[in-house]
Design a protein around this ligand. Sequence first.
Ligand code: ZN
Ligand code: ZN
Length: 428
Amino acid sequence: MGDLRAGTTTTAPRPRSLEERLDRLAMVALRVGVGFEHDDRLRLVGPLEAADLMRRITVQAYELGAAYVDVRYVDPHLSLARARYAREETLDGFPTEQADLAFTVAERGDASITVSGKDPDALASADPARVGRMNRAANRALRATSDLAMASHMPWTIVPFAVPAWARKVFPDASAAEAQARLWDAIFAATRVDADDPVVAWGAHATQLDALAERLSREGFEALHVRGPGTDLRVGLARGHVWEGASSVSGVDGRRFVANIPTEEVFTAPHAEHVEGTVRASRPLSYGGQVVDGFSFTFEGGTVVDYAAERGASVLRALLETDTGARRLGEMALVPHSSPIGAAGRLFYDTLFDENAASHLALGRGYPTTLRDGAARSSDERSHAGLNDSLVHVDFMIGSAEMDVVGLLADGDAVDVMRRGEWVLGGL
Ligand code: ZN
Ligand code: ZN
């Protein structure tokens, strides 16, 4: 709330420079994202083009007392080179030494920051079937590491960077410089970097989302019925599911961390075998550098039995053929249409942004932490409760201003949860 007292002359705060805001984003990644502590080791992965932010994170990590910062740059042009030119019979391979290193540092509990930001069409000129094989090989090799992440073993987070090709996709009518500046403004707003004190602002935001998650967990819904344009879907929920908000708790040392910067969602575990009906995506999906748009799925007994896409059907096919779990749901997330990112009214062609603008589902593996005591349960116990398993976890957006969600209780009662994309659950 601004100061509106009549007659008071207020000086507008000096606009912060891009450098100051990048420093603040680095600070949010460390202090909010992974809850960085003295003597922590940090693994930092991100695109070459994000070197500016990655250097700032490194400097601040050492200022906070880091034991070591291990930085790895990635370059989508190199993935494209492999997708287009590598010999066919080599595409199912993955360097095991890279997978071993990732697992070693994750198991040790090193903090992990991934800087995301990529051209949504980076691999558009490659054959989706070849890209699918590369993705499958990587997912298989990194499976044990992502198991640790999804069970919140080590503190980890993802933060965005406005790489130029992504900015051009989001703001196609602006000049290159203008597009990047506008994407940065959207990022800094969504990541609360522009708040007076970003860490305090994140504390309040996380408390609010965590309380909402607890409120939904107490309802103990058996299923959610989702309706919207092209969507009439009954999503059964896993037995003993809990909803999660912004905060996760590391299994290594119990510290709190926020795995996605930004985040606006509360999410839980669908039952892998109890999903019936049809769902239409409300936003395009950029998966592995290829865009899928205008797509829908039909579920029977929890599994996708039919699908269609106006663009990128072969990308979807490669994804669905990963394994049987890739055709089942592993996440149901609710985000009000009026969320700050949704209210921006933009398509971001980036899951970290679009999934926080709209309610979404994920095909593939579920989070053990969305079951009560899930991280402590065996994988047999988890799947018995209905938690899905797969090599992949791919979110796709279904929320809109026309989406209604009804919670179904075991005794047959129905409770309005969202109407026209907004919360209507009593007591919220
Ligand atoms: Zn989600
Ligand atoms: Zn997800």
